[in-house]
Ligand binder design. Structure first.
Ligand code: IPE
Ligand code: IPE
Ligand code: MG
Length: 250
């Protein structure tokens, strides 16, 4: 809940940016290409945005790559997305290491193949000491899943006598979420034109600023990212206080 104590005026560059990378399928459809072509092109946009955020000084970038509900897609599309994750992890790791990026995965990773789970664990271990930027990949992730797994682990700890149920507050709860230790997102960007959360970081987005883009994810570029940052910088974050209170504290 660090955001509640942040300065009220948004910084020009948000500290933590979260992105719902949507619109790959429609990008492909508009070009009479199969949906996977959109996913592969989306990977290029992902690489571009990671580089840009790194250059702009973003501290944490969280990307929604695959939701709990995306398992409902046709088996062939899920299979292609899993293949894409494996290939992307292999191909991009060296650059991430060179850039000092720390990788962290959030989500129900037990749902992945053993091979992918192993690759994820290795990538996390390899980049563990990096401090320049944290790249958080939400895969097989759902905001509801996150809250439920936290509640389960808290219940287990209480049963084992390790925590007192009366002492469970927001700060304690956050330590059990998959994002433990990360600041809440300052800015959420969703591409693809839809204006919904689609079960992304439900708890963590409580006071996040939202920016919606009609561009499909493969088309999202530096100009769009900068306009999202400009829009963010012009906002007054009040966290429940009045505008006057916030202005006098700034
Ligand atoms: C986002 O693009 C990527 C994933 C959800 C894996 P979509 O595949 O949802 O693309 P649209 O929304 O169908 O265009
Ligand atoms: C949200 O996109 C999930 C990701 C971008 C990974 P979806 O395409 O799955 O969202 P809905 O189904 O349109 O809400
Ligand atoms: Mg979509």
């Amino acid at each position: 809940m660090t955001a509640l104590t942040d300065t009220a005026t948004a910084r020009i560059v948000p500290r933590h940016v979260a992105i719902v990378m949507d619109g790959n399928g429609r990008w492909a459809k508009a070009r009479h290409l199969p949906r996977p072509a959109g996913h592969w092109q989306g990977l290029n946009a992902t690489r571009r945005v990671v580089r840009l955020c790194h250059e702009r000084g973003v501290e944490v970038l969280t990307l929604f790559a695959f939701s709990s509900e995306n398992w409902r897609r046709p088996t062939w599309e899920v299979g292609i997305l899993m293949e894409l994750f494996v290939t992307a992890l292999k191909r991009e790791l060296t650059e991430l290491v060179n850039r000092g990026v720390r990788l962290r995965f959030i989500g129900d990773r037990a749902a992945f193949s053993e091979r992918l789970q192993r690759q994820i664990a290795e990538a996390e271990a390899l980049t563990e000491a990096n401090t320049r930027m944290q790249l958080v990949i939400a895969a097989s992730y759902g905001g509801r899943w996150d809250i439920v797994q936290a509640a389960q682990r808290i219940a287990e700890a209480a049963k084992a006598g390790q925590i007192d149920p009366a002492a469970v507050d927001g700060a304690c709860f956050e330590q059990y979420l998959s994002t433990a230790g990360l600041p809440d997102p300052d800015l959420l960007i969703r591409t693809g034109g839809e204006k919904r959360i689609s079960n992304f970081l439900l708890w963590q987005l409580a006071y996040t600023e939202f920016f919606f883009s009609d561009s499909f994810w493969p088309d999202f570029d530096a100009a769009e990212l900068d306009s999202a940052f400009e829009s963010y910088a012009a906002r007054q974050r009040r966290f429940g206080r009045t505008g006057d209170q916030v202005a006098s504290r700034a």
